[in-house]
Write a protein that binds this ligand. Structure first.
Ligand code: F6P
Length: 548
């Protein structure tokens, strides 16, 4: 266990920070034409350009030393080897086993988990194919046209993000829908779009105890039985994805219609498991397997590449550099691809539920910053919304630009315009515009002396704002698999460096506990609360509608 701030590398980085903090990236690029080539890596068709960061070669070396001193190499091995690195839950962390395309066994408690992984993949293949060719039909014999995934958190965000990202691969005549929110509006709106006879509900819940998912699943079940007039219809229209066979059976889903996952699959790392069944249904198993293959390529890179060339490690170290030395508190993810519109939301859970922690592995409150606030929107929309703050605000927000070279929907000049904007934004953030340049520009445009004085400070950009750019040839199942796995491993490395446990999520429990107390009080006996909580409950009791 290593407190990162007690390492030699951390101390050296602190001194180094004083040397580089006032350097401008514009000068670094001007002085060194080979900078971009040196501070870039490739993986398959993916180009990871991290040259627009406030680093010198020495910064990168010191950051890599930090990773070494914090034992990153050892932790990587421990994760892949199935050690119980999720210590507070006593579990291994093996989403990598789910996409292990090689013949390497993966041992948990001396048992190879790969036969089970392959068995469930085979079960998914048979099921997805049968849904797609119509042989797994509904209660009345009609083929399935709509798949509704009911889940929340990791049982929703991953499959939803992936199916959206890969819409061009959807089978014609088969649509996917996602219901997560316990707000009845979410389910109601989806049910308005589908017909009971041709709808398959996939109840996705690792634990099968999640209040939102079970509430939505019960209401969907009732809706289906009412429409099809028979309880028997449930067997043809409901399947479950879970670790909890007992709870699935108690809910009324035949265990034969259950797809298993295991406690060593974290919820937010589970899209590669049976939780990806909705993906397999609408995209086809071969595309789901391409997704796994892309992630596997990254796993192999992560496991074997030297730290200095290891893309997830570099991504992680840059995040630590900005968070802990420059004081950045957030990180923007900016996909320049409309299909990736749920990618930032997906990463919010992956990153913030993993590294939004303040307790070290030794149980102490840490004295340094950990996981950032992750946010973002697809470009170019963000440019017309929050980019103002990125360029001229007082916060330093490191950005990730993600852009494919080829569009799934080539249309006139659209894609050139999109890519030009992406590249230009990264350049503008880096380069900025001095007040002198702003003054010259104003003079050239014929502005008066007074206007020049008034406007130049507002038209100047500090620049020196860091970003990574990920360019890929095209967004495909394989390239998406790569992208997701890169971020997963980045998050893992950061957790290791920050000396926190990235794979539990105790911080979600208190709210759940209190909701269980508040729920009966909304209609029954009122308990003891602070005056604000009391007031809110009383307001609701006064104004709520009674539902039959
Ligand atoms: O409450 C948080 C959480 O446990 C997430 O970690 C998880 O992805 C989500 O709830 C859903 O859990 P489940 O798949 O067990 O329903």
């Amino acid at each position: 266990m290593v407190d990162p701030t007690h390492t030699e590398a951390w101390r050296a980085l602190q001194a180094h920070y004083d040397e580089v903090r006032d350097m401008h990236m514009r000068d670094l690029f001007d002085e060194d034409p080979a900078r971009a080539g040196r501070l870039s890596s490739t993986l398959g068709d993916l180009l990871f350009d991290y040259s627009k960061n406030r680093v010198t070669d020495r910064s990168v070396s010191l950051l890599v030393e930090l990773a070494e001193e914090c034992g990153v190499r050892d932790w990587i091995e421990r994760m892949f080897a199935g050690d119980a690195i999720n210590a507070t839950e006593g579990r291994a962390v093996l989403h990598t086993a789910l996409r292990n395309r090689g013949d390497r066994p993966v041992m948990v408690h001396d048992v190879d988990v790969m036969p089970d992984v392959r068995r469930v993949l085979e079960q998914m293949r048979r099921f997805a194919e049968a849904v797609r060719d119509g042989s797994r039909a509904g209660h009345t014999g009609r083929a399935i046209t709509d798949v509704v995934n009911i889940g929340i958190g990791g049982s929703d965000l991953g499959p939803f993000m992936v199916t959206e990202a890969l819409r061009p691969y959807w089978k014609e005549g088969l649509r996917a829908h996602f219901v997560s929110n316990v707000d009845g509006t979410h389910l109601s709106e989806v049910l308005r779009e589908v017909r009971a006879e041709t709808t398959l509900f996939i109840v996705a819940s690792k634990t099968f105890t999640t209040q939102e998912t079970l509430t939505n699943a019960r209401s969907a079940r009732q809706w289906l039985v009412e429409r099809l007039g028979s309880e028997d219809a449930v067997a043809k229209h409901f399947v479950a994805l879970s670790t909890n066979r007992e709870a699935v059976t108690a809910f009324g889903i035949d265990p034969d219609n259950m797809f298993e996952l295991w406690d060593w699959v974290g919820g937010r790392y589970s899209l590669w498991s049976a939780i990806g069944l909705s993906i397999a249904c609408v995209l086809g198993m071969e595309h789901f397997e391409d997704l796994l293959a892309g992630a596997y390529e990254v796993d192999e890179h992560f496991r074997t590449a030297p730290l200095r060339e290891n893309i997830p490690v570099l991504m992680a170290l840059l995040g630590v550099w900005y968070g802990d030395f420059f004081g950045a508190t957030s990180h923007a993810v900016l996909p320049y691809d409309q299909y990736l519109h749920r990618f930032p939301a997906y990463l919010q859970q992956a990153d913030m539920e993993s590294n939004g922690k303040r307790t070290s592995r030794e149980g102490e409150v840490v004295a340094y910053g950990t996981g950032p606030i992750v946010w973002g929107e697809p470009g170019t929309n963000g440019q017309h919304a929050f980019f103002q703050l990125l360029h001229q605000g007082t916060h330093l927000v490191p950005c990730d630009f993600i852009v494919p070279a080829q569009s799934q929907n080539p249309l006139g000049q659209h894609h050139d315009i999109l890519v030009a904007n992406c590249i230009a934004q990264a350049e503008a953030l880096m380069r900025g515009k001095t007040e002198e340049e702003a003054r010259d520009e104003l003079r050239r445009s014929g502005a008066s002396k007074d206007q020049v004085v008034l406007l130049a400070p507002h038209k100047a950009f500090p620049g020196n704002r860091p970003s990574n750019t990920f360019m890929l040839e095209k967004l495909t199942p394989r390239t998406l698999g790569r992208l997701i796995a890169l971020y997963e491993h980045k998050i893992f490395v950061q957790g290791v460096i920050w000396n926190i446990y990235s794979f539990d999520q105790w911080g979600v429990e208190l709210g759940k506990q209190l909701a269980k107390v508040v729920l009966p009080e909304l209609t029954g006996q009122l308990g003891e609360h602070d005056s604000s909580t009391q007031q809110l409950i009383e307001y609701y009791r006064l104004h709520r509608e009674s539902v039959s």
